[in-house]
Design a binder for this molecule. Sequence first.
Ligand code: HEC
Ligand code: HEC
Length: 263
Amino acid sequence: MSEGNQNVSRRKFLTGTAVFAVGAVATGVASGIDPKTAAAAAPSLPFPYQTLDVNVVRQRGYTYYFSGGCMYASAKALLDTLVEAVGAPWDSIPADMFKFGKGGALNWGTLCGALNGSLAIIEIAAGDAAAATIGPELLGWYSKFPFPSSAHESYCQYPNQITTVADSPLCHQSVSLWCDAAGATVNSPQKKDRCAKLAGDTAARAAELLNAWKAGGFAAAYQPDADFARCLPCHVGPTSRFDNVQGQMDCLECHTDRAGHKR
Ligand code: HEC
Ligand code: HEC
């Protein structure tokens, strides 16, 4: 299609939308609904979910990493597979929006983008209440998983890579620890291959959890390690003694459990 044609069809599309919006406003006025509310309506969550092929999601996550980074990779792997399985409204989400999540949000090393992208799709597929149990399971699993898995050996660029456990959902820990163990730099092709596998692994795990939830068989299994689980009753949560700490990450990754601390 020539660029001119694309512009024409885009204009047609916009005109169609405008007509629809005017119609919605008119209906809103007639029925006494605030027209602004009526015009802004987006499809409500959750979107319909169908059981996904976990290994298709895994390989797509690996492949897509190289065109948009880890968050884009995990989100698009799930999205494309959902568009095939379900269709609309999944085809209305632009995967490019997830590119900001690479390197833990534009290379700041905060939340791993593979988690961020997977969590976004879990929220859309499962809705708020179910996502609040499925999401933490993914975060906990990720924190304890020795990445990358060996499920990509047949198509990856660097098979048989060394694995590390981050004990954290943060990109900073996950990447820095692995680079140190592997003797690789953050911008090396080896590290990119590792994070591509990780993006596939994380999206695949999200699909696995959603499949189990869809089948009525989801059960949360993650438990914090005992050495920091004991910090939680005093510091974390509305019923804890002080309720003065936000988070569920392993405290001992950053704090020492030094003598003299009140017990
Ligand atoms: C029995 C309750 C209790 C438990 C369990 C507990 N804390 Fe605390 N924590 C406190 C209290 C009380 C304070 C403030 C007074 C103090 O510093 O002792 C505090 C303060 C802190 C502080 C800030 C002040 C400082 O001393 O540096 C950190 C950091 C901290 N706790 C981390 C942890 C970690 C990590 C764990 C688990 C290994 C933990 N806490 C377990 C009660 C607890
Ligand atoms: C990723 C690193 C990291 C993790 C994980 C972490 N913390 Fe912290 N925490 C910090 C930093 C950094 C501060 C700010 C310390 C400062 O500047 O004094 C802080 C502050 C605190 C404070 C207040 C300290 C003060 O001076 O009063 C408490 C209490 C605390 N953390 C407890 C915990 C507990 C309990 C956990 C586990 C649930 C935890 N932290 C997990 C990094 C971390």
